[in-house]
Design a protein around this ligand. Structure first.
Ligand SMILES: *Cc1c(COP(=O)(O)O)cnc(C)c1O
Length: 404
């Protein structure tokens, strides 16, 4: 631990809410600098894997550009370091869901174009304009609001028109989009950067919905030709479409989960050689012998069927390792699998190691590889009856992230 970390630990507020700036560190006379306060549960992010995946995606979609999607804390990888990495890798744009995410990136010095996908309130518009963040315009009335604010503040809004081609979320239906498109083209206060839509079923290569959505998107683009107007940047493809639907690449693609080396759905065939970028690890902090018949964790749902060994890991559903994985997930140590037993607690969970006592400080892999064995996000998603996206985005800010 460095001394500033020691100091920040010592200067947290006490119960009277007064700052404790006491001499705790200095009164501890033999304090050694090499001790480490960081918790023994963490995420490792492999930048080389991210770089590799970006390059594979670029090769596949060229000459289309790439918007790297970093919403939801970069799919659990850590928003700012990952966004900075992509900016340095010269991606053409970053995509986020929320204004807050975009503002946080600007505060941290990210200067490249950022599009916020989500719907917006009028009160947020000035902040988009002040920080030159690209706005998703999903209706004529939103366009008019943006136009008024840009005029009022004396700056130009960067906008992307959103068509609803079947997702039913935000956006104007393609067949009624002409008035919005005309107004965007006529606006002196808006710079029309892009037009986009989002697929509902692109991760299933056989789903017929995708062709229909593609057709509707092209119908929307058709208004520009009809009006003899320049076509802004067209972008439609998410990860599933990048894998399965080359006709949807247009001018730019918007990969999210694929950047992180994970396929969007078990129905996807992976045609790209991707590398997994996230590893989740924890060290055992306690172990004990358990006699036949003794129970583990809340509800006493797990009972030792024979004398065995139980180790405790300092990670739980409070970190996003879902409680629904209780009794299902396994962890890896030294190339071997060990089952999670009993209910996963908020901050701790227990594993059984029948033939051996796992040593204290043993580094366990919860997501990632150990020897010949691997635990994948996809496998955990199946066990928790959810999708890989939710496993990743649940991993929250309590877990420190280290970048390799
Ligand atoms: C989340 C999102 C993406 C990326 O989706 P993936 O399936 O992770 O590739 C692309 N576009 C929009 C509008 C999104 O909301």
């Amino acid at each position: 631990m460095n001394s500033s970390a020691a100091h920040s630990l010592a200067s947290t507020a006490n119960s009277n809410n007064e700052k404790v700036t006491s001499s705790h560190p200095t009164s501890c006379q033999n304090f050694e600098n090499y001790s480490d306060p960081s918790r023994p549960a963490w995420i490792e992010v492999d930048f080389a894997a991210l770089a590799h995946n970006l390059s594979e995606i670029r090769k596949r979609v060229a000459p289309a550009k790439v918007m790297a999607v970093v919403k939801a804390n970069a799919y659990g990888h850590g928003l700012v370091p990952v966004a900075r990495f992509y900016e340095q890798s010269a991606v053409d744009m970053l995509g986020v869901a929320l204004l807050e995410e975009a503002l946080f990136l600007r505060e941290n010095g990210i200067a490249c174009p950022i599009l916020v996908f989500g719907g917006l309130l009028e009160s947020q518009i000035p902040h988009f304009l002040l920080h030159q963040i690209d706005i998703t315009v999903s209706s004529l009335s939103k366009l008019e609001q943006v136009d008024r604010w840009a005029l009022h503040l004396g700056c130009k809004a960067r906008i992307h028109i959103k068509l609803d081609t079947g997702m039913g979320r935000i956006g104007t239906r393609a067949n009624t989009a002409q008035p919005m498109i005309e107004a965007a083209l006529l606006s002196k206060n808006c710079q029309l950067i892009g037009i986009f839509s989002h697929f509902a079923c692109a991760d299933d290569p056989h789903d017929k919905m995708t062709a229909l959505q593609l057709e509707r998107f092209e119908e929307g683009i058709g208004y520009f030709e009809k009006l003899n107007a320049p076509i802004p940047m067209r972008h439609l493809a998410n990860s599933g479409a990048i894998l399965h639907h080359p006709k949807s690449f247009f001018d730019m693609v918007r990969p999210g989960i694929l950047l992180y080396g994970i396929q969007p759905d078990s129905k996807s065939h992976v045609e790209l050689e991707l590398k997994r970028s996230l590893t989740l690890k924890a060290k055992t902090v306690f172990q004990k012998g358990m006699l036949k018949g003794q129970t583990v964790s809340y509800g006493a749902t797990w009972k030792a069927s024979k004398n065995t060994w139980i180790s405790t890991l300092p990670i739980g559903y409070g970190d996003g390792f879902m409680r629904g994985l209780s009794g299902k997930a396994e962890v890896l140590y030294d190339g071997k699998k060990f089952p999670v037993v009993g209910k996963i607690c908020m901050d701790q969970m227990m594993i059984e190691s029948p033939e051996m006592s796992v040593p204290n400080d043993a580094e366990m892999t919860l997501i990632g590889r150990s020897g010949e064995e691997m635990i994948t996000v996809e496998h955990l998603a199946e066990q928790a009856q959810t999708i890989p996206y939710e496993i990743l985005t649940n991993l929250n800010s309590r877990l420190p992230r280290y970048y390799l």
